[in-house]
Design a protein around this ligand. Structure first.
Ligand SMILES: *Cc1c(COP(=O)(O)O)cnc(C)c1O
Length: 282
């Protein structure tokens, strides 16, 4: 594979280098590309069906839909019931994933946990279940690949940053880059919750640094500060996602001072539906 390209931006007078994983593919990009790398390399004959579950705005869902389309695997995706607004959306990740052939199943709230827990029952060899957010144990290889690309960059920068949902990306990246600092920030819940999620996968290495905001920003809720950072970055001619990136950038600007390599984690395709929701705010 060819390494993803680099860009640079100047933000608040500071220069940042950006690893453009967002440019890898229109749908199967960013950290979802890295996390699904092992499956991307898997021969299409290996499976016939992929099953997953989670949120209906999710970038992982769209990446899986694109992967299954390419592999000619059927894709079944389980979620809690959708709002009428979401069902009607013509843009955003849900609409895109449907257009790529995703079979969507809504499970009533009261049965959701049970149903998800039973997805692996009676599976045949040709079916794979990918856990919410994109399969932790599968993620390692792709993130080691990213780490190799980072080490080959001709630069003195020894700090990298990428935002966390489950923390899988930041954790495996930090493990593969012991000689670098890896900054991340919790987008869903607080630092304690993020650490708990990471510890399920591996021991958290010392070079992984979680930057936490003073104020809570509920995940997925539009807010003016995020929009302003998004616009500032857009003025530098790079679009970032509205769910994860703005908080990471805010923390970097407020809590770090050294040169940083920002790993663009993708997710820009979800902005269409997020921007609709931002209209009420701006
Ligand atoms: C999924 C996602 C994340 C979070 O990745 P984790 O590995 O779950 O921490 C961050 N940024 C974007 C744009 C994403 O789509």
């Amino acid at each position: 594979m060819i390494p993803s390209p680099l860009s640079s931006v100047t933000l608040d007078g500071r220069d940042f280098l950006i690893k453009r994983d967002d440019l890898i593919d229109p749908y199967l990009a960013g950290n979802k590309y890295r996390k699904l790398y092992t499956l991307i390399k898997t021969p299409k004959e290996r499976y016939r069906k992929l099953i997953s579950y989670g949120g209906t705005q999710s970038n992982a869902m769209l990446a899986l839909a694109a992967l299954c389309k390419e592999k000619e695997w059927s894709f079944q995706y389980f979620t809690k019931p959708l709002s009428e607004r979401q069902k009607g959306e013509a843009s955003g990740n849900y609409a895109l994933a449907r257009s790529l052939g995703m079979e969507h199943y809504e499970i009533p709230h009261e049965y959701y946990k049970e149903r998800v827990a039973s997805l692996r029952f009676n599976l045949d060899e040709s079916t794979i279940v990918v856990d919410q957010g994109g399969a932790a144990h599968l993620a390692k290889e792709g993130l080691e690949q990213l780490a190799c690309e980072i080490k080959e960059i001709n630069s003195d920068i020894r700090s990298v940053a990428t935002p966390s949902g489950t923390g899988t990306t930041a954790l495996y990246l930090a493990l593969a880059l012991p000689e670098y600092r890896v900054y991340t920030t919790p987008s869903v819940g607080d630092a304690l919750y993020l650490k708990e999620q990471m510890r399920v996968l591996e021991m958290i290495p010392k070079n992984l640094i979680i930057l936490e905001p003073e104020k809570k920003y509920p995940f997925g809720k539009p807010n003016r500060e995020f929009y302003e950072i998004y616009q500032k970055l857009l003025a530098c001619e790079i679009e970032f996602d509205l769910l994860y990136a703005p908080l990471m950038w805010k923390m970097l600007l407020e809590q770090t001072s050294e040169p940083i390599l920002y790993i663009h984690s993708g997710g820009v395709s979800g902005n269409a539906s997020m921007l609709e929701r931002y209209k009420a705010l701006i």
